[in-house]
Ligand binder design. Structure first.
Ligand code: MSP
Length: 522
């Protein structure tokens, strides 16, 4: 079985912002976790390049839409490279193969009798690329999200007969685990309960889109085409643009990870389109929350948008990943606060985790010939740190399976805290001054080094760089969470207590995590 996971396909109307980086980083942690566990993973991200919004942005910049899309999608590619995102697909919906997949899919939906002509009247938000139901203001209505004027539309379009799927969609969203976190299910349920209405899937007079076969003058509505990007993305490099081939490469998706604002498209429209085409449904849709900054919505007009490229440049991969995944329960809204950001990074990573390894390895080197001390008692499974490690492992494996990155981070941190506490209680630096305590010190240092090794392994999906530096410092093999998985999983085996070889030479320690000193505001 392939584990297929997707980020949204990002609009290329603007350069990437922190919201896009947030989803992609979380997906990267999930993809790395699944690979480490031995799954074969297809991790899809990409760009959504059609529609009115993109067409207008390009016009305003004096570029052809294609030139504009080429430029912005290159920025996304570069950003993901610099973040070392382990995606194995990057789909652009302007890829010529995508057009053919859309055409083949549409043919199926049309053959099911689900395409009808109709008149579309309503208020449209170009920034959302969505019709808005019943705006509050009678005159000059605005989009509640974008605070931009809605535009009145009245056109003859092709409609998808969503209303036919009322019962199936109700059953689907009632399925436990389909919409995650469960707290997001209500809003979709309410929407569906009001009765599903057919929705228009084509536009007239919009050249920047994929032409609808057999319906001259119509191009596909950007969302109809974009969602299918998840399927086109499955094609391997040399594959012919064939729907069946794409599906055989990893469909259905195990999870679509998205922001809460686009839940309806993923949990209602998309499954209905797939049902109409006779295709299997994704197993899960996870809608995460929105990031604000110091309590305020991030936006260009406020001038407070955090640029993920700059953030990376100034703070490094580990710090940003740790803060976003450790501080905000995935699914809830979160607030980016600079002070808290540096506090957490410094306390958790530099002090608690970094120092643990550093000071223990220094003591082991000083007193035990630059090597891991020999042990008898530390290998026992009822050793307090063996117990703490087993508890942490259980929590991390469970939490990452359900995308609870914060729980996983906290469980890992707890193990490091337990190991630091143990070290302070045992105080080997005092014991070494006494007679006949050498064996005890050897046992204690072994146990703490072993706990640090397990911390390094458990943190690998969240912070692959820090994990690598820690394992190098322990002279340990490096699990590669970016490479294709092997079964049985070496990572799961390495997580067993007692894996650190006694007598193994320890390299000279150097700090594994630098403190974050942000003198200027970000
Ligand atoms: N193109 C569509 C998705 C099509 S998927 C087939 C789209 N693109 S987007 O670029 O506008 O948004 C991409 C994602 O970024 C969405 O999941 C959205 O929720 C997320 N975010 C946008 N702003 C955000 C924050 N401030 N915080 C967290 N995520 C945010 O929608």
């Amino acid at each position: 079985m392939t584990y297929t996971l997707t980020t949204p396909l990002y609009y290329v109307n603007d350069k990437p912002h922190l919201g896009s980086a947030y989803t992609t980083l979380a997906c990267d942690a999930l993809a790395r976790f699944q690979r480490l566990k031995g799954e074969s993973v297809v991790f899809i991200t990409g760009c959504d390049e059609h529609g009115q919004k993109i067409q207008r942005t390009a016009e305003a910049a004096g570029l052809t839409p294609q030139a504009h899309c080429d430029a912005v999608s290159a920025q996304y590619r570069e950003l993901w490279d610099r973040w070392q995102i382990s995606n194995n697909r990057l789909i652009r919906t302007t890829d010529p193969r995508h057009r053919q997949i859309v055409e083949q899919f549409f043919a199926r939906v049309e053959a099911s009798g689900d395409i009808v002509e109709g008149r579309q009247q309503g208020w449209y938000c170009v920034a959302c690329e969505e019709f808005k139901d019943d705006p509050h203001e009678a005159q000059d209505p605005e989009c509640p999200t974008h605070r931009k004027p809605l535009e009145w539309r009245d056109e003859l379009n092709l409609f998808f007969r969503l209303s036919r799927y009322q019962q199936q969609i109700e059953d689907l969203i009632a399925r436990p685990g389909f919409i995650q976190p469960a707290s997001r299910r209500n809003e979709v349920e309410n929407f569906v309960r009001q009765g599903l209405r057919d929705f228009s899937i084509s536009r007239v007079n919009l050249p920047w889109g994929i032409p609808v076969p057999g319906h001259e003058g119509h191009t596909f509505y950007v969302w109809f085409d974009a969602l299918l990007g998840y399927i086109t993305a499955l094609l391997d490099e040399g594959d012919a643009p064939d729907l069946e081939t794409a599906l055989s490469r990893g469909w259905p998706a195990s999870v679509h990870v998205i922001g809460k604002d686009i839940l309806r498209f993923h949990a209602v429209y998309w499954p209905a389109m797939l049902l109409s085409a006779g295709l299997p449904l994704p197993a899960k849709v996870f809608g995460h929350g929105f990031l604000t900054r110091e309590g305020q919505k991030m936006g260009k007009s406020l001038g407070n948008v955090l640029d993920p490229a700059e953030l990376l440049e100034r703070c490094g991969r580990d710090a940003v990943r740790w803060y976003l995944l450790r501080d905000i329960p995935f699914g809830d809204d979160g607030d980016f606060q600079q002070q808290r950001f540096s506090d957490l990074v410094n306390n958790d990573l530099a002090n608690t985790i970094g120092n643990l390894l550093n000071r223990t390895s220094s003591m082991a080197r000083r007193w035990f010939d630059n090597a891991v001390p020999p042990t008898t008692k530390a290998l026992r499974l009822d050793h307090p740190l063996a117990q703490a490690a087993s508890q942490a492992r259980l929590s991390v494996l469970e939490a990452l399976e359900t995308l609870e990155f914060r729980t996983a981070a906290e469980a890992t941190l707890q193990l490091a805290i337990a190991a630091n506490g143990f070290l302070n209680d045992q105080a080997p630096w005092s014991q070494m001054k006494q007679e006949g305590t050498r064996d005890q010190v050897a046992d204690d240092l072994y146990a703490v080094l072993e706990a640090a090794r397990i911390v390094a392994l458990l943190i690998a999906p969240l912070l692959p760089d820090l994990s690598t530096r820690m394992l190098e410092q322990l002279g340990q093999p490096l699990p590669d969470s970016g490479a294709a998985a092997t079964a049985p999983s070496p990572w799961l085996q390495q997580l067993e207590w007692g894996g650190l070889p006694e007598g193994l030479e320890l390299p000279e320690p150097s700090p594994v995590m630098a403190r974050l000193e942000l003198e200027n505001p970000l």
